[in-house]
Write a protein that binds this ligand. Sequence first.
Ligand code: NAP
Length: 246
Amino acid sequence: MGKRIAVVTGGIGGLGTEICKALALAGRTVIAVDLDSREQRIAGFKREVEGLDIHFAAADVADHEDCGRLVRDIEERHGSLDILVNNAGITRDSTLRKMDRAQWDAVLDVNLGSAFNLCGHAIAGMQARAFGRVVNISSVSGQTGNFGQTNYAAAKAGLHGFTMSLAREVASKGITVNSVSPGYIHTAMTGAMPPEVLDKVAASIPAGRLGQPTDIARTVAFLSDDAAGYITGANVPVNGGLFMSF
Ligand code: NAP
């Protein structure tokens, strides 16, 4: 068997970069997918992952046709698409009273529509090859809701409904579909928050600190391993105890 081919959307972002690295170190050929308009960040990403089996491909995950082209290209060039990590995500925070339709649509399209766009094109190949691992990056906001995030929380909660439904459809074909729900993680996004706000956030987390991108990356690597075939339709919270449920 050749190396498993993994796609990580939002692959050059804070969590995406660590996920790409973890999968490459686990022996996968990794394709980081992101928007092509961020030349400097793409160049920085390439420098950071130099020497690892990580490649870059441009695509807009909110564009159904573009996702179809991407999946066809990868299957032609690499022979398969075995692991799909739907990680690309955006926020457009606003209270509902002030939220306009564009903020709603953008967040739903990138965070939730992307799972339909990519899984829709990739699942047939996974079924034909009788193997697949899909990991959808959700959020604690999808589990608890969050002030100013009706759009984001709806998309992230929807992502888990998608996860459970697709998991049922493909479980007998060697394909698992799971979601991972990060809490507060040290990334550029949280780095931009005022230190005193971050201190308060950390104090509200039972672990007493924010998580690291590697905490998420390790979880994705675990769920996408060949040996994780009996875990499907699950949501794995990685939040330092911020929200506990069963
Ligand atoms: P990030 O650094 O902003 O990374 C997201 C990446 O997705 C960016 O490179 C972004 O590009 C890209 N992207 C946006 N729209 C796209 C599109 N239409 N097509 C392709 N790529 C697109 O964010 P992150 O913190 O790593 O978050 C990764 C995932 O984890 C997201 O789904 C997020 O909701 C989730 N999450 C993060 C945290 C956290 O604490 N960081 C907590 C809970 C959940 P641009 O920068 O150019 O927009």
